[in-house]
Design a protein around this ligand. Structure first.
Ligand SMILES: Nc1ncnc2c1ncn2[C@@H]1O[C@H](COP(=O)(O)OP(=O)(O)OP(=O)(O)O)[C@@H](O)[C@H]1O
Ligand SMILES: [Mg+2]
Length: 207
């Protein structure tokens, strides 16, 4: 990483993602994530919310790292923008295996231990680099000590596994193994209950 007069030399722009919430620009050395204004919101409120979300994203990314979860280092920020380390690795979605799933389970349990709810636990939001899994997107993260939001976090990951992989079942088992090394079994039970609720709603609406 080159730091020039206190400023990070970004390097060439390689790619730009335009999402619902943010524009993410991948440069050679850094990633710049800027929250985009929501036109339907009153300007002052919109600015306040974006500022708050940006602060929360940075705070929880750093807290997760202190817990031993790999996350990009924040290099700079302002009201709606985060400049962070670029993690050059492989998309976890493309290299998923049981070992990786177990590690993801361990990492999510570490976050839940300090009540970080990730909010978007999918293989799309993780990068594998040098054997470490980096959680790169804390854009929907918040703090809550409840079993329910933790269960939702786990449920969301299970749904992503089912959507992406034919052999999701063994991945799910590996994740649970990893999660239970430190995590609370009640959270896993709750995730199953949430899935059951979803199936029930589907059955009722079809009958
Ligand atoms: N630090 C990083 N290093 C390398 N690539 C990154 C990094 N951060 C983001 N990316 C890439 O950019 C994509 C989009 O980033 P991210 O997931 O943070 O945004 P998003 O999903 O659009 O935002 P939101 O948090 O609003 O859902 C990622 O899927 C990943 O491919
Ligand atoms: Mg994302």
């Amino acid at each position: 990483m080159k730091i020039v007069r206190g400023e990070v030399e970004k390097g060439k722009l390689l790619k730009r993602y335009i999402g619902g919430e943010a524009i993410v620009e991948i440069y050679e050395n850094v990633v710049v994530k800027r929250r985009i204004p929501k036109r339907y919101r009153v300007k002052e409120l919109d600015e306040l919310l974006r500022k708050r979300r940006t602060k929360m994203e940075i705070k929880l990314m750093n807290l997760a790292r202190r817990q031993g979860v790999a996350t990009p280092i924040v290099l700079d920020f302002d009201d709606d923008t985060i400049v962070m380390e670029r993690i050059e690795g492989k998309a976890v979605r493309d290299v998923m295996n049981e070992d990786i799933c177990k590690k993801i389970g361990r990492d999510l349990a570490k976050m839940h231990e300090v009540n970080i709810i990730h909010g978007d636990v999918t293989p799309m939001n993780m990068i594998l680099k040098e054997g470490k899994i980096y959680f790169i997107d804390f854009g929907l993260s918040f703090v809550d000590s409840g079993v329910e939001p933790k269960g939702v976090d786990v449920h969301v990951f299970f749904e992503a596994l089912k959507a992406y992989y034919d052999d999701w079942f063994k991945f799910k088992e590996a994740f649970v193994d990893g999660y239970l090394e430190k995590g609370d079994v009640e959270v896993i039970k709750r995730a199953e209950e949430i899935a059951e609720r979803g199936r029930y709603v589907k059955r009722v609406s079809q009958s």
